[in-house]
Design a protein around this ligand. Sequence first.
Ligand SMILES: Cc1cc2nc3c(=O)[nH]c(=O)nc-3n(C[C@H](O)[C@H](O)[C@H](O)COP(=O)(O)OP(=O)(O)OC[C@H]3O[C@@H](n4cnc5c(N)ncnc54)[C@H](O)[C@@H]3O)c2cc1C
Length: 417
Amino acid sequence: MAGRGGSGEETVVIVGGGHAGAAACGFLRQFGFTGGIVLLSEEDVLPYHRPPLSKGVLTGRAAAGPPPLRPANFYRDNGIDLRLGAKVTGIDRTTRTVTMLDGGEVRYDWLILAMGARPWDLRCSGRGLAGVHLLRTLRDAERLKAEFRAGRRLAIVGGGYIGLEVAASARDCGMAVTVIEREARVLARVASPWISEFVRRRHEAQGVHFRLERGLERIEGERGATREVMLDDGQVLPVDLLLLGIGGVPNQELAFEAGLRCDDGIVVDGAGRTDDPAIFALGDVARQVIVPGTRGVRLECVSGALDQAKRTSAAIALAPLPQRDVATFWSDQYDMKLQAAGVLDGAGAIVFRQAPGGGKAMAFHLCEGRIAGVEAVNAGADFMAAKAMIAAGKAVDVVKLGDPDVPLGEVEVGQSG
Ligand SMILES: Cc1cc2nc3c(=O)[nH]c(=O)nc-3n(C[C@H](O)[C@H](O)[C@H](O)COP(=O)(O)OP(=O)(O)OC[C@H]3O[C@@H](n4cnc5c(N)ncnc54)[C@H](O)[C@@H]3O)c2cc1C
């Protein structure tokens, strides 16, 4: 395919070697971009899969560490100039250069910003004590893992996916776990009430304790180490370590300082373009506005990062823009495989389907009689079928949808929307 960069003289510089940045390298070549590609990664290891950090890396099942996204020779063989430990500190849009922490400069014709997100931090008394952790990078996971020992007491602030995955991993290692969650249910931001309930019960059956509708007031220590936490109702929990898992903040500062539009994420269109036509943003750091006039969404999942990398790379290589994939998320906790796809804003009706025996459940988010989003627990084949139904956009029979005895293939009734 003849793409942009056919002369080999243009250079794409990618800031951030996570799922989005590393994928963009591969897609650029796939779409025929033959110019230079420079991948600047602040981390000092080959770009790697982030999801195992809260799962196998902590339980020890991924003792060798998270697998690399691509082997080292991929970058060499594809003429990608991968620079590790390379932190970008500034963007000059007039000269089209990025400045590095070591003072070096790299010139770009096209710039892709893929700096991801960082965990929200808490400013409370005791935050600086040893034993208080955040989790985003391999180094964070190594520090946390070093403190995982049977019998130790872990408190997790935040009952979202990362908090619950760490809870499951810690129970697997024989630790005592309490989850402190400000909302009335876990996964409140990302799951329907049924799935929240299903997941919480599974954790309780595994011995996890929950303090719902509670916040962290302060952390107390002894000789510099965490000893107990006090909740906002005065309750005191003795703990040995604490994980703050209360969501992510986009690493958008570089873009903001360069004058690009940001709104809890760098604002981009469906192809990842910012308001500077030479600069794109993708992955956790980007807020995609697909429907003009709306605030758009900041997807924080691997499939979203890959899909955006594909579309941005096609746009730069002047290849036809690929169809947008239905965004998909997964999470592994104990023997539970949680999956979600599509729009889960709870704006329309939600239909719940639970198989007898209770091991498998699904929740369908409807919009004008069609499936707009789906959540599934241990229902892989039905999840894939539901994802195809979201893409097809056909109307469904709501009664049949809620009946686990009716195969999903028999619930569609209408024309595509
Ligand atoms: C513990 C954990 C578990 C997860 N589990 C799942 C899961 O099960 N399923 C799922 O779908 N998603 C999961 N996610 C989310 C998923 O990992 C992210 O959505 C994905 O990593 C986003 O990719 P990204 O490239 O945008 O950001 P990242 O992967 O965070 O990569 C961004 C990179 O940019 C670098 N960077 C930042 N600033 C600079 C700079 N100035 N200069 C140079 N480099 C810079 C960062 O150091 C980082 O290496 C998980 C995330 C975490 C943290």
